[in-house]
Design a protein around this ligand. Structure first.
Ligand SMILES: N[C@@H](CCC(=O)N[C@@H](CS)C(=O)NCC(=O)O)C(=O)O
Length: 229
């Protein structure tokens, strides 16, 4: 008997060969979320080559971005990582994973990491690089200070929670792309942050969704970046 179709298909960005797991932190967020909601058995993960999107994909998802979640039961596509988390949490409140983290202390400590990273990497005016590196470091100092007060291995829990799904993929980009393109290293004294990243890397759920470093470097490499090493 053939396998019945799973309820959900999660489309994520493919990597450099057009099929492996790509570097999209938003795709990783949605995938992590499906796993922490224990929906692995109900989810097919499909990689999308964003350089060659099929007509079928664009028909289902006219914005053409990843991630997209398709709910086969409801015949509905959800085309944004945050909306995917909200949609799934609405359908499956159990287990609770702390979805209402907006404007909490953990959110305030982590929400500017990615914009700061993007500014630093995309900057072409080398005289501004030191200040942009410092701005990113200031954001990481905030995360570290928050983690120092937390009694958990993750931001708000003993296991990965919704906020970790949003934050960890971006921190991975700081570590990998920051180093590869701007020779930026996370300061050693941010020990709680280092431990948080270590805890994530040791977590099987995070490991399952983690793009290879090469893919993160290659993904950023598609932008017009001034490498400063
Ligand atoms: N707000 C969206 C952002 C998604 C996004 O920007 N995805 C990028 C990949 S990281 C994308 O699909 N780019 C392909 C394109 O624009 O064609 C979300 O969080 O889901």
């Amino acid at each position: 008997m053939s396998n019945p179709i799973k309820r959900f298909t999660l489309y994520i960005k493919a990597g450099s060969d057009g099929t492996c797991v790509g570097d999209c932190p938003f795709s990783q967020r949605a995938w992590l979320f499906m796993l922490i909601k224990r929906l692995k058995d109900q989810t097919t993960v499909a990689t999308i080559n964003i350089l060659n999107k099929s007509d079928e994909f664009l028909k289902m998802n006219p914005k053409g971005k990843t991630p997209v979640l398709f709910d086969h039961k409801e015949n509905k596509a959800v085309d944004d990582s945050e909306e995917i988390c909200t949609y799934i949490d609405g359908l499956f409140p159990e287990p609770p994973v702390g979805c209402n983290f907006k404007e909490t202390a953990a959110d305030a400590a982590t929400s500017k990491i990615f914009p700061s990273l993007c500014k630093m990497i995309m900057n072409k005016n080398t005289s501004e690089t030191p200040i942009l590196k410092q701005t990113l470091t200031n954001e990481l100092v905030k995360v570290n200070a928050y983690l120092e007060t937390s009694k958990y291995p993750f931001l708000t829990g003993d296991t990965l929670q919704a906020i970790d799904c949003a934050v960890l993929p971006k921190l991975l980009h700081v570590k990998v792309a920051g180093k590869a393109y701007k020779n930026y290293t996370i300061p050693n004294e941010l020990e709680s942050l280092a431990k948080y990243l270590e805890n994530a890397e040791a977590d099987p759920v995070f490991a399952e969704t983690r793009p290879l470093d090469e893919e993160i470097i290659c993904g950023w490499g598609r932008h017009d970046i001034l490498k400063e090493l």
